[in-house]
Design a protein around this ligand. Sequence first.
Ligand code: 6PG
Length: 473
Amino acid sequence: AGFDFGMIGLGTMGRNLLLNMSEHGIKGAGYDKDTTKIPLLEQEDEDHNTKGFDDITAFIKSIKPPRAIMMLVPAGKIVDDVLEELIPLLDKGDILIDGGNSFFQDTRRRDIYLQSKGLHFFGMGISGGEEGARYGPSMMPGGDKTAYEVMKPILEAIAAKVDGEACVTYIGPEASGHFVKTVHNGIEYGLMQLIAETYEYLKYFLKLDNAAIAALFEKWNNGRLQSFLIEITSEIFTYKEKGENHILLDDIKDEAKAKGTGKWTSQIAMDLDVPIPTIDTAVAMRNLSIYKSLRTLLGDKYKTETHPEEAVDIGHQTKLLEDAFYFAMISTYAQGMHLLSKASEAYKYDLNIADIARIWRGGCIIRSEFLNTIYKAYSNDKELDHLFMNKNVESELKETETGIRSILQTAIGNGLGMPAFAASLGYFDSLKKASSGSNLIQAQRDFFGAHQYEKINVSGTFHTQWTGIKSSK
Ligand code: 6PG
């Protein structure tokens, strides 16, 4: 028993994490049902610290106790199947880590089940894709705290580093790690939809070509929009396949797929009564994109009369768009962070929001310059109710507010829509409304359903026999 760590599932993520460990002198054992993946691992491992096994019992025996074994298999039933296979082979105190994008309620159930078997379970969100796994991911482990101490040196060694600090921290009990990863992905969906809408504006309204769009994203990435997603976007706009003379992006079907984490974020938020409209819109827009033939028919039927200004001032428009994106991006992160704080109360996760922002600054898909501002905001005020309450965020929103209003006016006037931008601004506008129209909803509910209402400055609940039904028709 000489290996420090075990990995079940030698796909891209599992293999690259083992190679990352190996580079840090951590000896990893790998197992996969698909034996063709095993030789690949050892071939790629230049540091020769890993070994692949095709026999699960030999694999388990090769790991030092208490064993830390990670599963990187597709989320869902396969995780349960692997667990059942492993349980009889493990010893009390061993630690099982699910590194996939599992639904947090499944993690909760598995945590309780494995505890009953004397095993420790960890639901760990891992972000950063293939590159991250190989050179430093951001990791969100949730589960038994004492078991975390066993894994901590390994996770800190392989994690991405920002200012010398590892992008991993103990998130909290039971399913909190997978929960936080889900919200990370919800924010990811929101930001990706904002970028897609920005692309539509640049391409269909400003009529910029791919090269100009690439240059713009590259410029933005050197400023306050600096982020992994903006960076890869600028690369996408220049990418040509070998021997091809055109941009690959133009060949890709505009129907967006999803594996479910964005939808879960919206579902969970609705369960907790937390508004996250940009993320909801992003999920809905991926779903809408799938109706390509309907979109094509409707596009022919309803032509929006556009009012392109005589000569569009590209420089001015892109400046406004940068402001608009920055504003919408802040709104998206704010919604996600707010969901984290509310969920932390509801599920008793005791999340450290500042720490979560800190470990998202490197390695993960939503890493960005702006996460530093979020990190500072929550570090300075642990009880911060909402990101919009922070002074720095306040001045950034005020500075970019005109930009997003202007872009949306133009977008809507020209039939471009930009629903995620609209949701981001609408969220802000509605949240800063001390008085809203919701008293009317209460009156209506009481009118037709005797649902009762509360009054300003008078305690208690009230019901009124509303008159005014003019006709029963
Ligand atoms: C990450 C990503 C990763 C994966 C998502 C994509 O943080 O590294 O979020 O987990 O790319 O599963 O999700 P969709 O397939 O739903 O877009």
